[in-house]
Structures are given as structure tokens and as C-alpha cells.
Design a protein around this ligand. Structure first.
Ligand code: R5P
Length: 311
């Protein structure tokens, strides 16, 4: 088994390689002056099982292309099998036609990864579980929920008035999973999107008065969903709002919005490399997903159960 990293999140790849006590495959990823990507694997990998770690995060198009070219290079170098480890699976939010004459990017990206030559995909908190069905390959969708549950149990001492909140109807399953682990109830926010990138809270289903709210979501992008959700909960009498989100996309002014918001603390994982971006954001914390990914890679290599990780 060998591990290769793309450029999107080298810090995470180094941590995974440390966990697995294995060196990263020696490779060069360069760009021509017109922006085309050039990949070379600088060591023999014939007959090896290769895990390529690459998030489809910003710049999403470059990082996606880099992933596809890496898979292609591995295939042409006679790797025995190739697992695309995609901690953040970008383009997943367009998973159905939301209006006539629109594309389904999640399906297109799945086709591209398959066509490039991947034999298996490992990812974390897919935007929608059904995206696994867009592949005719095994897809292991890992969850950050156990990491979040551990952090909550360690850091929020008074858990009597705790409630888990889903920021939209789509996130209810994820919210239930966390609430079950913490043995607490849930509330649901009825969110609408009047236009792309804008979000509006219509209603809060459930009583949040005098409660400590834990919002859980898969993605924080512009921050609009979470900042509005937190304010709606405070307006309805919540005492404090803690937020746990797997993928910190954090585009545009998201970090500033979070800093100025009523959110007590935001916890994200390192599926996307945000080092450097969050230096002065005191209410944002990053938990590493590296051991979870490392353990999953180990189990896949040894053909042992990945789902047992979540029991
Ligand atoms: C939407 O369904 C996702 O789960 C996130 O809630 C959404 O992508 C967050 O976007 P933003 O931070 O731009 O509101």
C-alpha cells in the first residue's frame, strides 16, 4: 500500500502518512505557463495499491483536474488498484436538477473519477448519501459525528439543556445521528434560499428557549446559513449556540461573519486546508480527521470492516 498526495491538502496527507507510518509517494505536480497541470510519479508503483489524497476544494477546478490526472498517471504506471481519498468532495451540492436545464455536477464528477480509473472512493460526510449511487464502485462515506460527539462531551460540561439543531431539512439525518450519540433532542430550522448563495430562516421547529444549541452541518461556505440560523435561535431564547461543521469551505467574508456573529464557537475539521486563514479567529477551532482517514485506509488495505469504526 502506498500513499500519494495532491496539492490541495498536503498537511492532512502528511498527518495520514504519519498515522500509517508510511512515506508519501515521490511525485511532481507542476503547471505549464498556460495553467495546464503536469504530473509525474517519480518511483516505481507497479503492482501497488495506491491511495491518492486530494480534496476538491478551492480552486476546485484545478484540484479536480489534478485528482483526475493523478489517477490517470497511476493507472498508466500499472498500479494494482487506485483509491481516491477525497476528504472534501466538491461539486456535490448540485446532486439533482433544481431547475429545468441545469446540470448535475455530482454525477458528472463521479463519472470523471470513474472514467479516469479509480477503483474505489473514500470520502467524508458526502453532501447527500445518495451520491454513493452515482458510482458503480465501492464508496466509503466516513462520518465526522463521532469526533464531534467526543469534543462536545469533553468541552460542554453542563449538557442538561443541550439540543441538536439541523440548519435545514436536508441535514436532519446527520443531526439525529449526533443527537443519538449525545442522548438529547433535536430542533429543525426551516431554511429557504430566495436566490443562490442567500439563505433565510422561515421557522424553527422545536423549542430552543433557555437551551444550549448545537448546530451540525456538512458545509460552511459563505457562512450565511449558519449565521442566520444562530441568530434565529438566539432570537427565540436560546442561551448559546455552538456549531460543528465537517467541511470549512469558508469562502469570501465567511470568517469575518463568524467572528462578528452570535456563534459562541465554530468547530470544523481539516478536510479542507484552512491553515493561515483562521489565525485571528478565536471562536473557530479545527479538529483533525487524519486518524479517521488513516484508520479507514488501513482497514481497506487489510480488507477489514470500515463500518465497525462507527459502532
Ligand atoms: C446546504 O445544503 C449545505 O448543507 C450547507 O448548509 C450550505 O452549503 C452552506 O452554505 P453557506 O455557508 O453559503 O450558507
Amino acid at each position: 500500500m502506498k500513499l500519494l498526495t495532491g496539492n490541495s491538502n498536503k498537511n492532512l496527507s502528511f498527518k495520514i502518512s504519519k498515522f500509517l507510518k508510511t512515506k508519501l509517494v515521490h511525485s511532481s505536480i507542476k503547471k505549464f505557463s498556460d495553467g495546464e497541470i503536469y504530473i509525474e510519479i517519480n518511483e516505481n508503483i507497479r503492482g501497488n495499491s495506491i491511495f491518492i489524497v486530494q480534496s476538491v476544494s478551492s480552486p476546485a477546478n484545478d484540484n479536480l483536474m489534478e485528482l483526475l490526472l493523478c489517477i490517470d498517471a497511476l493507472k498508466r504506471s500499472s498500479a494494482k488498484n487506485i483509491t481516491a481519498v477525497i476528504p472534501y468532495f466538491g461539486y456535490a451540492r448540485q446532486d439533482r436538477k433544481v431547475a429545468p436545464r441545469t446540470s448535475i455536477s455530482a454525477k458528472l464528477v463521479s463519472n470523471l473519477i470513474t472514467k479516469a480509473g479509480a477503483d474505489r472512493v473514500v470520502t467524508v460526510d458526502l453532501h447527500a448519501g445518495q451520491i454513493q449511487g452515482f458510482f458503480d464502485l465501492p464508496v466509503d462515506n466516513l462520518f465526522a459525528t463521532p469526533i464531534f460527539a467526543r469534543h462536545i462531551k469533553k468541552n460542554i460540561k453542563q449538557r442538561k439543556n443541550l439540543i441538536c439543531v439541523s440548519p435545514d431539512v436536508g441535514g436532519v439525518e446527520r443531526t439525529r445521528a449526533l443527537a443519538r450519540k449525545l442522548d438529547i433532542g433535536i430542533a429543525i430550522i426551516d431554511k429557504r434560499r430566495p436566490s443562490p448563495g442567500k439563505s433565510q430562516v422561515m421557522n424553527v421547529i422545536g423549542n430552543v428557549k433557555n437551551k444550549k444549541c448545537i448546530i451540525i452541518d456538512d458545509i460552511i461556505d459563505s457562512g450565511g446559513t449558519i449565521v442566520n440560523a444562530a441568530q434565529a435561535l438566539i432570537n427565540r431564547g436560546a442561551n448559546e449556540v455552538h456549531v460543528y461543521i465537517t467541511h470549512g469551505v469558508l469562502s469570501g467574508a465567511a470568517v469575518d461573519k463568524i467572528k462578528k456573529s452570535s456563534i459562541k464557537n465554530l468547530v470544523i475539521t481539516d478536510t479542507i486546508d484552512n491553515s493561515g486563514k483562521l489565525k485571528k479567529a478565536k471562536n473557530i477551532e479545527i479538529l483533525s480527521i487524519s486518524n479517521l482517514l488513516g484508520e479507514a485506509i488501513k482497514r481497506i488495505s487489510n480488507s477489514t470492516s470500515v463500518s465497525d469504526l462507527f459502532k
